[in-house]
Design a binder for this molecule. Structure first.
Ligand code: NAD
Length: 282
């Protein structure tokens, strides 16, 4: 008979997530049964302390996998049987594979962004890169950039302590690279010397309009990547594209993490272009 999969997303305030239709439509296109449920802690009136119950229930009910999002990416770790090496290094899990009664944690946020870089920025220089934003998405994206070979990495956050903490953990993971941190006053000099810029702040979303740096700092030879994916083209990306710079939309990261999670949950090879098409239509 036709194989079928049961998966879900655990997090808070996720009732409008696009991940369920993204997975289900790819499952349908592959000719398998695929049901992907939203398990929203708010809707279920569960706090973060409801996470153990939710995981145990998913296992009992035969779920094949779970995606994990804010605020549970760290809290889920002690509840798992094993971790992939990169999830252990990053200290964050966004994907749990349930197989043979065991819960295995993975992190496809970083691999999704790395795939996005490979596909969208192939051949672009990556010796010196500046990243704005040192939050949860920022940690995964910085890990991806350094894994893909960035030699000199500057991490800047409006909260200088946050930037410093991420700098310290990245420097420990990549001892052969130069990783520096700074506050907002460091942006002009750092961007001036960089070949690439990554936005990992929420600026550019509808609720956070604008951009995290002065548009005057953009140059045609400075590639710009955004993690924000709604809208697909942020003000930052539009202005960079207008002056002829290479750009990379956050859509690629959002789809990339779903691609890698789908493969982990099913063992099937997802069609990346088809999933990107789905995402743009959603
Ligand atoms: P977060 O709140 O953990 O981190 C955001 C960081 O940006 C904070 O540390 C904040 O101090 C910093 N910041 C805010 N304004 C700044 C500015 N002007 N200059 C420098 N730093 C500034 O949030 P997060 O979970 O890391 O998510 C950030 C954004 O990433 C979200 O808004 C979302 O749009 C996007 N995101 C995209 C994907 C994807 O798959 N494409 C996945 C996760 C998150």
């Amino acid at each position: 008979s036709r194989p079928s999969y049961l998966c879900g997303l655990i997090g808070s305030g996720i009732s409008k997530s696009l991940t369920p239709p993204l997975h289900e439509s790819e499952g349908q296109a592959q000719g398998v049964g695929y049901v992907y449920r939203i398990l929203d802690l708010d809707t279920l009136a569960l706090g973060e302390d409801g996470l153990p119950r939710l995981l145990a229930s998913a296992k009992l009910l035969g779920f094949d996998g779970l995606n994990i999002t804010h605020p549970c990416k760290q809290a889920v770790i002690p509840l798992l049987d094993d971790l992939s090496d990169d999830a252990r290094t990053l200290g964050a899990v966004n994907t749990v594979h349930i197989a043979n009664g065991r819960l295995i944690g993975h992190n496809t946020d970083w691999s999704g962004f790395a795939r996005n870089m490979d596909e969208g920025l192939g051949g672009a220089p990556t010796d010196r890169v500046v990243q704005l934003g040192a939050g949860g998405a920022g940690a995964a994206v910085a890990y991806a950039a350094l894994t893909r070979g960035v030699l000199h990495f500057t991490i800047i956050d409006a909260d200088a302590t946050r930037a410093q903490l991420l700098r310290d953990s990245l420097a420990a993971m990549f001892p052969d690279r130069v990783v520096v941190s700074g506050d907002l006053s460091a942006v002009p000099a750092a961007v001036g010397q960089a070949q690439g810029l990554i936005n990992a702040t929420p600026l550019g979303m509808a609720q956070h309009p604008g951009m995290a740096l002065d548009a005057e700092l953009l140059r045609p030879d400075l590639w710009v990547a955004d993690v924000v994916y709604r809208p697909a083209e942020t003000e930052l990306l539009r202005r960079a594209r207008d002056i002829g710079a290479r750009t990379l939309s956050g859509i690629g990261m959002a789809v990339g993490q779903a691609v890698d999670s789908f493969r982990i949950f099913t063992g099937l090879e997802p069609d990346v272009l088809r999933m990107q098409e789905h995402m743009r239509r959603l």
